[in-house]
Structure formats: structure tokens, C-alpha cells
Design a protein. Structure first.
Length: 311
């Protein structure tokens, strides 16, 4: 699976691409504004000009949600974090930010280049949603943020340093966390030990939705989740898009009770039909998604399984 379409909604709002010539919506605060460089190889100043044009036409306090698409040579130039940080005094109403919202045609997810995104959390203390796509060069330092309720890192390979930093952040309001762990070929080097602070949940007291998905180590993650303290307070557990096999599911179901969950996502998996049926049968009050079963590729003694999102 590749990401082939742009999002049409973000943080519950319809996404509208900013067009300098187009008429503004009747209520510009009720849309998520999408801003992108005009050309795939645009220099940095062209994205800056687009953001400046947006701010000149839309009242700053009406820009609640911002979706940043291609910024020009995204495979070679890091995301415009410094630019967004510099605009914080003007973007006083910003509550949700999606950085790097690109399809594979605009830039493969594993090519999207980032830098240190910590400054965004420091510059926007009222930010409630931060979603980042791509992880090449991505860095994060542990911070405390009082308002953030949703944090997501979408990637084909998430660095262990970022996973550990997330676990070391103090996020008292966070209810939704997504980590697309990915595979080693695209930069993933996190282990279940790196996930320990997240699975412990001490710094995430409000967490209700946890996604540890798109994982090349899905079986190991499932086994760790089976005894993780944070699971007891979750409503949604998402282990989808990965390479889970019967061994991972067996470990998960043999662990702590999951009957309190509202939803368990396992779609895109390598479970046998019998195992998938068992997951549904053992959790009758839970919405269990075991759709999109995959078949492993075999080449002699080698067996290959693939996450939903890689390159």
C-alpha cells in the first residue's frame, strides 16, 4: 500500500487548498488550510510567500488547522520548521498542524526529509494536534506540552531516537498516539525496549488510543503489549499495517484481558484464517478488524513479509 491520495479532512475539518485567487469560505475558521509550494522544486521562499499570502487574507486567529504539503525538493530539503516557528506570533489560533502531507507521487514517504521538530511544540504551547509524515532525518527532544491531545508520526521507518523521545515527553492531555514504526530498510531501528516508556504510560495519563502500527517487529510489539500497563486504560489499540503472524496474536491473546477495548485494529496482517477468526471470537464485545490478510512471499528457505507502508 502506498499513500496515493491527499487527506480531505484534518482534525474534523474539511481541507481547503489555499488559492490566492479563490474566494474565501464564509467562515475561514471552519476549514483546515492546505499550503504547499507551487512547484516540486520551489525554493524555500516560495512556500514562505504562500504562508504570508494566507495570513494576509485570512485572520490569523481563524487559522485553526494547517496542512503543509510539498515544500519544494522535499526529498532533499528538510521540512520548514524554522519558518513555522517564526510564524507562531502570527498564527495565534493554530491548534492542529499536519507537516509533510504528501502522496507517493509528490514524494515517497521514506524520502520526506525532516529535521528537529521539537521547536514546533515549544513555539505553539496551545497546539492540540501534531501529525508528521516522513522520518528521514527526523529528530525530537523530550518536552512537556500541556495542550497536545493527538501526536502521530507516519513513516516507513521511525528512528529509535524519536520513539524514545516520545516516551520521555510529558504529555498530560494526550489521548491519541500513533507511531508507524516501519522496517529496517527504511530507517526503523526501534526495539520493544525503546517502547517501554510508552507502554508503561506514566507520562501519558490521558491516553485512550494507541497505535504501534506498520511494524516490521509486529510480533514482538504484540508480545510486549500483552503485559503493558498502559493497555488497561485504552479504548482503541491499533497494531495494524504490520507483519503480525499467529505467534504475535497468540502472545497478545494470552496476555492481559482486552475485553474493555472498544476497537482492536489488526488489518493488513499475516494471520492464518483460523487465528483471525479466533481473535474475533475471543473478543465478542470488541470491534476487531482483521481485514486485508496478506500472503508471505517465499524464496527457497527465505520468507518475506511486508508492512503496508514502506518506501
Amino acid at each position: 500500500m502506498t499513500i496515493s491520495t491527499n487527506v480531505t479532512t484534518f482534525d474534523g475539518l474539511p481541507v481547503v487548498r489555499f488559492d490566492r485567487e479563490a474566494e474565501l469560505p464564509a467562515d475561514p475558521s471552519m476549514v483546515a488550510w492546505r499550503v504547499e509550494a507551487p512547484r516540486y522544486d520551489s525554493p524555500p521562499e516560495e512556500l514562505a510567500a504562500e504562508l504570508d499570502a494566507l495570513l494576509s487574507r485570512v485572520p490569523a486567529d481563524a487559522i485553526r488547522a494547517l496542512v503543509v504539503g510539498p515544500w519544494g525538493d522535499a526529498y532533499d530539503r528538510p521540512a520548514p520548521v524554522e519558518l513555522l516557528v517564526s510564524l507562531a506570533p502570527r498564527l495565534t489560533g493554530l491548534r492542529a498542524l499536519f507537516l509533510g502531507e504528501m502522496t507517493f507521487e509528490e514524494c515517497e514517504i521514506s524520502w520526506i526529509r525532516h529535521g528537529d521538530v521539537t521547536g514546533l511544540l515549544e513555539a505553539y504551547p496551545a497546539l492540540e494536534v501534531l501529525r508528521v509524515r516522513g522520518a528521514e532525518g527526523l529528530a525530537l527532544k523530550p518536552v512537556r506540552h500541556e495542550a497536545l491531545r493527538e501526536l502521530a508520526f507516519e513513516s516507513g521507518g521511525l528512528p529509535a531516537t524519536v520513539v524514545r523521545a516520545v516516551g520521555d515527553c510529558d504529555l498530560p492531555a494526550l489521548t491519541h498516539l500513533e507511531l508507524w514504526l516501519g522496517v529496517e530498510d527504511y530507517g526503523a531501528d526501534a526495539t520493544v525496549e525503546d517502547l517501554a516508556p510508552v507502554l508503561g504510560g506514566e507520562r501519558l495519563p490521558a491516553l485512550r488510543h494507541l497505535a504501534l502500527c506498520n511494524a516490521g517487529i509486529a510480533d514482538e510489539v504484540a508480545a510486549a503489549v500483552a503485559t503493558a500497563p498502559v493497555v488497561a486504560r485504552l479504548e482503541v489499540l491499533d497494531l495494524s499495517r504490520g507483519v503480525m503472524t499467529d505467534a504475535g496474536l497468540d502472545a497478545l491473546l494470552a496476555g492481559q484481558p482486552l475485553t474493555h477495548l472498544r476497537q482492536l485494529d489488526l488489518y493488513h496482517h499475516y494471520l492464518s484464517e483460523e487465528a483471525a477468526q479466533r481473535a474475533v471470537a475471543q473478543l465478542p464485545g470488541v470491534r476487531v478488524d482483521v481485514s486485508d490478510p496478506q500472503e508471505a512471499d517465499e524464496d527457497g528457505d527465505e520468507v518475506y513479509r511486508y508492512t503496508a507502508v514502506g518506501e
